[in-house]
Design a protein around this ligand. Structure first.
Ligand code: PLP
Length: 349
């Protein structure tokens, strides 16, 4: 079914100096919203950014039927705007929605919503080298009923916010062996709100102990590394790029997938497999060069400087010639049009 998206524009708020603000603090001028009722998507609109009115009985407020995606738009070298890997974000959004018993959004509606919104708010896409427009698509259950049930009504929305460097400094992370983020058969591969709510407490404890993030381990042995915060975990040990395979408990990261493809094309050794913290200890203690980094849309490549395992801290290699920076640069070059987009990752508006 074709969906017409109506646009109500209003040039009230001007682009402000957003660089000094924390990530995601300032929304752009407009947003997209569509309603799901009676088994259909309807009232698709791009409208001035505004607050929502929700019943206190709205099911999303009680039972966690919320799913989101995060992607980015970049200004390319030639001034055009590129939305990176919209298709892969759509696929993951659809899988997350399925896992949470929420209705799919037709791909054309998803693409058109983002396209129209980013085009209208194009002045908000930062022109600076380290800037991008973060695009948040999300869905919430809105049926008003207090009983536990799958909602029959939803809102699908898109909002945007200018984004700059996510972490100012290399990270200090702690291997987490008490708390788990996800277990097999759970919702670890879905980008649903509950996964993040459950991660706050252990992350807060890690912050109090002087770390930026935790590196989650598996729920059975508390030994194999999973991922970190909003990033997939990646390592270079002896020039081999190692990252946990998609086991069903970690997110299928778009940045992870992109960096793996780039690394393989560069002829690097790539291994998607289990990696235990014991293996890391052995590598550190053998004096091997260990690079560790988080890969995610918000932070792109976030170098890890220190990994705490038990009571011991290990130092990773973060010098400018580290291999992770080569991957980061190659990815940026594709996004900005400096390198050919052989995979058709760029959606240019
Ligand atoms: C839990 C988690 N893992 C990994 C990632 C990285 O995924 P992506 O590269 O698609 O942003 C994210 C961010 O979306 C995340 O929230």
């Amino acid at each position: 079914m074709e969906h017409t998206i109506s646009i109500t524009s209003q040039a009230e708020r001007k682009v402000t100096d957003t660089k000094s603000l924390p990530f995601g603090k300032i929304p752009t001028e407009h947003m997209f919203i569509a309603e799901y009722k009676n088994g259909q998507w309807q009232n698709a609109q791009v409208v001035p950014f505004h607050d929502l009115t929700l019943s206190p009985l709205a099911l999303c407020l009680h039972y966690g039927q919320t799913v989101f995606e995060g992607m980015k738009a970049f200004v390319m070298e030639d001034g055009r705007i590129n939305i990176f890997r919209m298709d892969k974000h759509y696929d993951r959004f659809t899988k997350s929605l399925f896992r949470m018993c929420m209705p799919a959004v037709p791909q054309k509606l998803f693409n058109d919503a983002i396209h129209k919104l980013v085009k209208l708010d194009a002045d908000w896409v930062p022109r600076e080298d380290d800037g991008s427009l973060y695009i948040r698509t999300f869905m919430i259950a809105t049926e008003d009923r207090i009983g536990v049930k799958i909602s029959d009504e939803y809102l699908f929305m898109v909002v945007c916010s200018p984004a700059f460097q996510y972490y100012a400094q290399p990270l200090r992370v702690k291997i987490e062996t008490n708390f788990v983020r996800a277990a097999e058969g759970g919702t670890g591969t879905a980008k649903c709100g509950g996964n993040y709510g459950g991660a706050f407490y252990p992350t807060q404890l890690a912050r109090e102990a002087g770390y930026d993030q935790v590196l989650w381990t598996d729920s059975i042995h508390n030994e194999f590394i999973e991922e970190s915060g909003t990033m997939n975990a990646m390592f270079f040990i002896d020039n081999t790029l190692i990252t946990p395979m998609l086991s069903g408990t970690i997110l299928d990261g778009v940045t992870r997938d992109s960096l793996l493809a780039i690394a393989r094309e560069k002829g690097m050794n790539v291994e998607e497999r289990q990696i235990s913290y014991e293996e890391l200890i052995r590598a550190f203690e053998a004096g091997k060069r260990v690079e560790a980094f988080g890969a995610g849309t918000a932070a792109v490549v976030a170098p890890i400087e220190v990994i705490a395992i038990g009571h011991k801290e290990y130092k990773c290699y973060i010098e400018p010639d580290a291999m992770m920076y080569q991957l980061q640069k190659d990815l940026l070059n594709i996004r900005t049009g400096l390198a050919p987009d052989t995979h058709k990752w760029n959606f240019i508006i």
